[in-house]
Ligand binder design. Structure first.
Ligand SMILES: [Zn+2]
Ligand SMILES: [Zn+2]
Length: 172
């Protein structure tokens, strides 16, 4: 099999995960009507900035989608999807536990995601990549120093008026 026969389906699987990452975060976890488990758990994540030790539901969900790709004759798409999903889990954890990230990607990804947490919760829904935020016009350049800002700054100066984010976190 030529190398593109491997690279292309793996890249497609990874790209599909980043799209799912964006859509789930924006429309499920941040759903105003979301009284479901994921929306509740995500509000708690915005309140505490802690990542649960094991996000069992999403692991099972991502695994089932990978199995479906494999069963549909696309095992390499399944591999790309799963690798990108595991990468997302590790990246999101690192963002919240490593206050002094090394390397340009880790510094950027932390500032990008903390902008979502601390400045404007209606921007930067993609965690590992800005691609879908650019496509759907929710990308905001991380504020200089957002990654270094004290995590107690949550909700200050966000778009939509001060406190909108705090109200969302309280579930109103
Ligand atoms: Zn987070
Ligand atoms: Zn969020």
């Amino acid at each position: 099999m030529p190398v593109t026969g491997v690279v292309v389906p793996v890249a497609v699987g990874a790209a599909l995960w980043t799209l799912a990452e964006y859509l789930l975060h924006r429309f499920d976890m941040h759903s105003r009507a979301g009284r479901g488990e994921t929306a509740r758990a995500h509000r708690a994540h915005h309140r505490t900035l802690e990542v649960p030790a094991l996000t069992l539901g999403t692991w099972v969900g991502a695994g089932l989608v990978a199995l479906a790709f494999a069963a549909g004759g696309e095992p390499l798409v399944a591999v790309g999807w799963m690798v990108a999903y595991v990468g997302y889990e590790l990246t999101h954890r690192l963002i919240h536990v490593d206050g002094r990230p090394a390397g340009p990607y880790r510094r950027w990804v932390r500032a990008h995601h903390l902008h979502h947490h601390l400045v404007d919760a209606r921007s930067n829904y993609g965690v590992t990549s800005p691609a879908w935020d650019v496509v759907f016009r929710t990308y905001r350049r991380p504020r200089a120093g957002a990654g270094a800002a004290g995590e107690t700054e949550a909700g200050k100066g966000e778009a939509g008026g001060p406190g909108a984010h705090a109200r969302w976190r309280r579930g109103r």
